[in-house]
Design a protein. Structure first.
Length: 317
């Protein structure tokens, strides 16, 4: 699989020539209120967990060669001189994940030392709920950038691009496919999630199978899909690489990742950092992320945290 996650950020560097991103002057203030119930759905790969304490850890990432030319306004930070990062992922709170390493590299480009970066636990939905008192400057945690979420929060440019893969059993006719065209005769499945429609869009727009794809509904989507793969009711599943890595070791244990699907702009799942609406921080963060991408740090971190994905072949279009 050829990794392409840093494409957008590298393009940003070329476009702006490392010119400072402007920071706005909008006032910000948190409103104390009881959290409201959320009806937003999430994928199994984003299943929420809320750790119980904040952590300051030391970064092991490679240093970034340069820093941004803009300055984060102290009044826009929870604590002047430090960066407070909210996350629902325990491993990120502990500073031991791909996301936390990206944060440290970005913080360095922003001019923060590693000891000035602090992770605090938040609920998965915190960036998208009105009325919550803000306890962080930026939130990370496998947040897919979607139109619905962009109406509730601001996002950075994507720093991770989730590619779609084909999952099938060894005996399935789909396991021998070498091109996307060969999948048109297959009966495919997908996990149904209206908020994250990337698999559905890819099947309908790129594969265009003769048989309608079967949508598996949560909460029993994965075990049901696993049974359908095992008994041959479906030939393969189109799903995100993160879901595939997790589920083939669990509910889809009789299947494996056969191949990555060619990247398509019609079905792109990008992961970004989430900010409160109209945040003054987004511009500088985007410039910092672009520098991190240009320095090759994102690619190094991808290889370090996702080594198994590099060995997966990609189907031809």
């Amino acid at each position: 699989m050829v990794k392409t996650r840093a494409w957008r950020l590298c393009a940003t560097v070329l476009a702006i020539g490392l010119v400072a991103a402007a920071c706005g002057d909008d006032d910000e203030g948190a409103v104390d209120a009881e959290p409201v119930a959320s009806t937003t759905s999430t994928s199994m790969a984003e299943a929420s967990a809320t750790p119980s304490s904040s952590t300051t850890t030391t970064s092991t990432t490679q240093p970034v060669a340069t820093t941004v030319s803009c300055t984060l306004p102290d009044e826009a930070l929870i604590e002047a001189g430090s960066l407070t990062v909210g996350t629902w992922l325990p491993e990120t709170v502990a500073g031991d994940s791909f996301d936390s390493d990206v944060v440290y590299a970005t913080a360095e480009a922003l001019g923060f030392a590693a000891e000035d970066v602090r992770f605090v636990p938040i609920d998965f939905y915190a960036p998208f709920l009105d009325g919550l008192e803000r306890t962080y400057d930026v939130a990370v945690g496998n947040y897919s950038i979607t139109e619905a979420r962009e109406e509730l929060a601001d996002f950075s440019d994507g720093y991770d691009r989730k590619e779609l893969v084909l999952v099938a059993t060894e005996s399935s006719p789909a396991s021998g496919a070498t091109t996307v065209t060969e999948l048109r005769a297959a009966t495919l499945g997908r996990i149904h999630n209206p908020e994250l429609p990337f698999s559905q869009d890819y099947i309908e727009l790129e594969i265009q199978p003769s048989n309608e794809a079967i949508a598996f509904e949560v909460p029993a989507a994965f075990p049901t899909a696993g049974a359908a793969l095992a008994d041959g009711s479906i030939d393969g599943m189109v799903m995100g690489e993160g879901e595939a890595l997790w589920s083939t070791g669990e509910d889809l244990q009789h299947a494996s990742i056969i191949a990555a699907l060619p990247v398509s702009d019609s079905a792109v799942e990008e992961i970004g950092m989430a900010f409160e609406e109209d945040s003054e921080l987004v511009g500088c963060f985007n410039e910092a992320l672009a520098l991190v991408a240009e320095a090759g740090t994102l690619e190094e971190l991808e290889s370090e945290w996702y080594p198994e994905l590099a060995e997966i072949p990609t189907l031809s279009a």
